[in-house]
Design a protein around this ligand. Structure first.
Ligand code: ADP
Length: 319
């Protein structure tokens, strides 16, 4: 392999730039040329492709977002569209590609590998919703952002006998909510794993108020479970707390990556280049018990979601 491409795809995440930099530096330092593919698979099809030198990736390590841009291209599922992409790659002499994104992006990477272009996937998403890795690139930064915001909310809500209902991201993975709940000492965490029984949650809030005499309560809830504005109004109506909803939204995707994400992205970028140099494609990089591993994408996509029973028990014992 003489020349590889790198792209970011799907939702962006802090640390994607660190991964782009690692791929570029590790590859160019062993004499492999690197090309940046802009705007994900869309740019691959349209030929938005340019060489990346080691200097092009200077000063991006600490920046959020992705210097290559990201996009969604649902049409990439069609063979015809992917054939155009392969044509472009051939035109630029790109033999293999590192794809940084979520599980949708992994499917594209697998499809391309099956067409003769070896691809390696790196898990770039704040949601931590990829089972083949302990942690995804961006998760720890998003968690830090949530904890900072919730700590601030707590200060003001305890002055006003409030119940803060905070919605966090996660795309049906409860990790951001649960990890944030443990980190901030939330009273209640609601995820797709815990389920949501509105009546029961209101009962528990009344207990926090009347029996435990708490002067504030914090509920952290994953996105896509319920309308938190409506729920906060019910808290006001049915408990002694005044309910306030806060949807953290896209601030969770931004910001400078924390050191843990920079290190993870660098280790994963290195591994991606090493796998491609061994002629391996169709794998994604992950950490398992702290070790960097390559896992076949097909296997990764079929793994069951990580169980958080132990952490959920811990959370319950801390309330
Ligand atoms: P994420 O990678 O964050 O999960 P998406 O699910 O939007 O985000 O996927 C990103 C892109 O990957 C899609 O816009 C599409 O171009 C490509 N993709 C997703 N699923 C497939 C598939 N089954 N086959 C080929 N490409 C796919």
């Amino acid at each position: 392999v003489k020349r590889i491409g790198v792209l970011t795809s799907g939702g962006d995440a802090p640390g994607m730039n660190a991964a782009i930099r690692a791929v570029t530096r590790v590859a160019t330092n062993i004499g492999i040329e690197v090309y940046g593919i802009y705007d994900g698979y869309r740019g691959m099809v349209e030929g938005k492709i340019q060489p990346l030198t080691r200097r092009d990736v200077s000063d991006i390590l600490d920046r959020g977002g992705t210097m290559l841009g990201s996009a969604r291209l649902p049409e990439f599922k069609s063979l015809e569209v992917r054939e155009k992409a392969v044509e472009q790659l051939k035109k630029f002499g790109i033999e293999a590609v590192v794809v940084i994104g979520g599980d949708g992006s992994y499917r594209g990477a697998l499809a391309l590998t099956e067409m003769g272009i070896n691809c390696i996937g790196l898990p770039g998403t704040i949601d931590n919703d990829i089972s083949s890795t302990d942690e995804t690139i961006g998760f720890n930064t998003a968690l830090t952002t949530i904890v900072d915001a919730v700590d601030k909310l707590r200060d003001t809500s305890s002055s006003h006998h409030r119940c803060s209902v905070v919605e966090v991201m996660g795309n049906r993975c409860g990790d951001l909510a649960l990890f944030a709940g443990i980190s901030t000492g939330a009273e209640i965490v609601i995820t797709s794993e815990t389920g949501f029984d509105e009546g029961e949650v209101l009962d528990r809030l009344r207990e926090f108020d009347v029996v435990k005499k708490k002067n504030h309560a914090l509920v952290i809830i994953s996105e896509k479970i319920t309308d938190v504005e409506v729920f906060a109004r019910k808290v006001s109506q049915h408990t002694g707390f005044s309910g306030r909803a806060t949807i953290l939204g896209h601030v969770q995707r931004g910001g400078s990556p924390v050191p843990a994400d920079r290190i993870l992205a660098s280790r994963m970028g290195e591994k991606a280049v090493d796998l491609l140099m061994q002629g391996i494609g169709g794998q994604c990089v992950g950490t398992q018990s702290g070790n960097i591993v390559g896992v076949p994408i097909e296997e990764a996509l079929n793994m069951p979601a990580k169980s958080r029973k132990e952490l959920q028990n811990l959370f319950d014992r801390l309330v």
